[in-house]
Design a protein around this ligand. Structure first.
Ligand SMILES: [Zn+2]
Length: 369
């Protein structure tokens, strides 16, 4: 450890990041310092940097100049006096979700519902979440980050830092599958199956035993690549070949048990609705995608058919630990990703270059150290 570290910082909204040396931070009593080996560049980062203050002005970005970087993985380098269970040298993923432990929801053990919930290195989820961004201002696009011990996921030796840094979008899918109760008798429809979010949903739906995983997307080549992961259980459909619900009902007349929507920004609302129409009586829909704005939903039909629609955002460190333990045991295969690794010096190229990718298979990583 040196007294200063290299960090990529954004000084103005949508301005390119600048490489700067700043003091290396010290961990608080219940925090650890992590030497960042890999940090994911998620597909939505460019959108957030350019548009967040316009699209979601009620919720804060980190105070500028800010170190972004949502999904760091690395090696614990120093621990605070109250840290239990982690020590220097431990390989970890840092879940960026930060909660306050003092609001009513936190005190009721519902920390994912924290009234001040924020993503360190990304943005806040509520108008008051700036307090958590200020408390943890070090995103993953720097040589070191500071993370509370509650955020850590211990990485087994078999999980690379590049794969560990992918846990964020994977965890979003895993948590959605758990909320919907997916298991060995549950059929699952995934809108956007070939994207960064949707591919993770597919991998964990298979791992949880789903007998049929139906997926939609646009690019037929990518859909074929997804189907090849498990040709027996995965069925794919291009949106160019007709409505989703018509195709689903050809395969499963009564409809699917679970629909998980993982569509990207700007998706046509009709695709989301076709997913809802694909549900069986008693089915569950979970939205984790970027479909935005008022979607016309037939709530009377959902009432008659005893259906649920759930919003789900992110996942807990405990769920992250379950995921890597599943990978270590062989229950889920996380070897499908194609890592594209950049040094920290090329962070701006990485952010702008991510629009050219092989769907969800591509994994864009910054390696700061
Ligand atoms: Zn709270």
């Amino acid at each position: 450890m040196t007294e200063t570290m290299l960090a990529a910082r954004m000084h103005d909204v949508s301005a390119p990041m600048l490489l700067e040396r700043i003091p290396t931070p010290e961990p608080g009593p219940s925090d650890v310092r992590v030497r960042v080996k890999a940090c994911n560049i998620v597909p939505n980062l460019a959108n957030v940097l350019q548009n967040w203050t316009t699209w979601f002005p009620q919720n804060p970005l980190p105070s500028l100049p800010a170190i972004f970087g949502l999904d760091p993985a690395g090696v614990v380098d120093a621990v605070g006096t109250d840290v239990k269970g982690f020590k220097p040298g431990d390989r970890v993923y840092v879940n960026p979700g930060r909660y306050c432990d003092s609001c009513r929801e936190c005190r009721s053990n519902n920390r994912m519902h924290c009234q001040n919930f924020a993503f360190s290195g990304y943005f806040g989820l509520t108008p008051s979440s700036g307090i958590m961004l200020d408390r943890y201002p070090y995103g993953g696009l720097a040589e070191y980050t500071i993370a509370p011990q509650y955020s850590l996921v211990r990485l087994p030796e078999s999980i690379s830092f590049e794969t560990g840094a992918r846990l964020g979008y994977l965890g979003t899918g895993f948590a959605a599958l758990r909320k919907a109760g997916v298991g060995p008798t549950t059929t699952v429809l995934i809108n956007g199956i070939s994207g960064t979010l949707g591919l993770g949903v597919a991998l964990f739906a298979l791992a949880l035993g789903a007998p049929m995983v139906l997926g939609t997307g646009r690019n037929r080549e990518l859909l074929d690549e997804v189907k090849a992961l498990d040709p027996q259980r995965i069925h794919t459909h291009s949106l160019a070949d007709g409505p989703v619900d018509g195709w689903v009902k050809e395969l499963i007349a009564e409809g699917v048990d679970v629909h998980i929507d993982a569509l990207g920004p700007g998706a046509d609302h009709s695709v989301f609705n076709e997913g809802l129409k694909s549900l069986r009586r008693g089915g569950v829909a979970v939205n984790i995608g970027a479909t935005a704005g008022p979607v016309p939903i037939d709530v009377h039909h959902m009432m008659d058919q005893q259906q649920k629609l759930i919003g789900s955002c992110w996942f807990s460190a405990g769920e992250g630990q379950a995921m890597v333990d599943m990978a270590a045991s062989g229950a889920v295969d996380l070897s499908v990703f194609e890592h594209i690794v950049y040094p920290l010096e090329q962070v701006n190229d990485a952010i702008s270059g991510i629009s050219v990718r092989n769907g969800g298979f591509s994994n864009f990583i910054i390696s700061p150290s």
